[in-house]
Design a binder for this molecule. Structure first.
Ligand code: PMP
Length: 399
């Protein structure tokens, strides 16, 4: 008899389970379009050249000391410039409370804890669908969840009208989770015009926008352009929250480096909020890891390395956009009677294909193609070598 005899196995993570099944499949034809990590055109993981160079530079003078609770001030400063803009008055006026976070997930989690501690009666409105882990993060922080309409299955685009209705009918002063760009899992983002309308309505309702920005630069290839949603809200004078991650746009997945920021009314408020964010981090992990932060501050702090980074981010985004075009063209060449326009209309890492769970099962069982059952295709797994095979299989199961 043990202390833990009543513990039942946890449900399998739907995304990580796909990779397990892929690895166990001996077929030489197998394709993994399940993972949310960038791969090159040979299907290989990538370490950016700017990151390699930063590592060479820091190798000599690395120590193993703790960072402060809030992490590397230099890294946080550079990271804020990416989200809020090079010449942001909010940064100049020290109105942003920000800490280094354990990548995007950690930023969301600390914010959810902060929300519950200081707005204990609040809820969070989450888009349908969203990155599945958002539900876990706010659940474990004991913040009640509501949903708002986002994806429109028929058009495989945005259900803007229903989304606006939900924004209008939520109680004034509600918290909303928004994907700043490259919405996961749908690849569907509001247009600039729609963002302006959303921002306007948030103003009318006094809602709080929390932006999860896990893919800045990864959507369009230009981090400035991908921050447009946030900039529109800032122009309108919103006090936003923001989760940033360097997992995708700098390829630092396992380094767990990101940033949580909260815009405050003035500097004094920002000092107080930052001290509370640090207090939330302290009993969880004391302080964040050094290495990734040093890579980020080295890359973004050096004009030449930053230029190289911008070029490499654009390279990744362009490869994915190219893979979208190739997949759509291949399907159309096969004479598919369905519309595949959404493959190229959607943006970022994922294509929400519209394939049913049963069709996905057939892809896996008959063609050794692995993806989540919601039909989400990771475009990063699509290569020149497998796009024809993938298109043919999709055509076969969707006829
Ligand atoms: N938010 C969204 C929408 C994501 O897609 C991801 C990565 N899958 C994350 C946050 C967090 O990733 P990480 O913690 O690795 O930065």
């Amino acid at each position: 008899s043990s202390w833990w005899r009543n513990v039942q196995p946890a449900a399998k993570d739907p995304i990580l389970g796909v990779t397990e099944a892929f690895l166990a499949d001996p077929s030489p034809d197998k394709v993994n379009v399940g993972v949310g990590a960038y791969r090159d055109d040979n299907g290989k993981p990538v370490v950016l050249e700017c990151v390699r160079e930063a590592e060479r530079r820091i190798a000599g003078n690395l120590n193993m000391e703790y960072l402060p609770m809030g992490g590397s001030a230099k890294m946080v400063e550079e990271t804020l410039r990416l989200a809020y803009g090079e010449n942001s008055d909010l940064i100049k006026d020290k109105r942003i409370a920000a800490i280094q976070s354990l990548s995007g997930t950690g930023a969301c989690r600390i914010f959810a804890e902060f929300q519950r501690r200081f707005c204990p009666d609040s809820q969070i409105y989450i888009p349908v669908p969203t990155w599945a882990n958002h539900h876990n993060v706010w659940r474990d922080a004991h913040v009640p969840q509501r949903t708002f309409h986002y994806y429109h299955p028929e058009s495989r685009g945005l259900d803007f009208a229903s989304m606006m209705d939900d924004i209008k009918s939520a109680p004034n002063g509600s918290f909303f989770l928004l994907h700043a760009c490259a919405h996961n899992p749908t690849g569907v983002d509001p247009s600039e015009e729609q963002w302006r309308e959303i921002s306007y309505q948030f103003k009318v309702k006094g809602h709080f926008p929390f932006f999860d920005m896990a893919y800045q630069g990864f959507a369009s290839g230009d981090p400035e352009r991908d921050a447009k949603s946030i900039r529109i809200f800032l122009e309108d004078g919103h006090l936003i929250g923001c989760a940033q991650s360097f997992a995708k746009n700098m390829g630092l997945y396992g380094q767990r480096v990101g940033c949580l920021s909260v815009v405050c009314g003035d500097e004094k408020e920002a000092v107080a909020v930052k001290s509370q964010l640090q207090q939330l981090a302290r009993p969880m992990y004391s302080n964040p890891p050094t290495h990734g932060a040093l890579i980020v501050s080295t890359v973004l702090g050096d004009p030449n390395l930053k230029k190289l980074w911008l070029k490499e981010v654009k390279g990744m985004a362009d490869r994915i956009i190219g893979a979208r075009i190739a997949l759509r063209q291949n399907l159309e060449k096969l004479g598919s009677s369905l519309s595949w326009k959404h493959i190229t209309n959607q943006i970022g890492m994922f294509c929400y294909s519209g394939l049913t769970p049963e069709q996905v099962d057939r892809l896996t069982n008959e063609f050794h193609i692995y993806m989540t059952r919601n039909g989400r295709i990771s475009m990063a797994g699509v290569t020149t070598g497998n796009v024809g095979y993938l298109a043919n299989a999709i055509h076969e199961v969707s006829k």
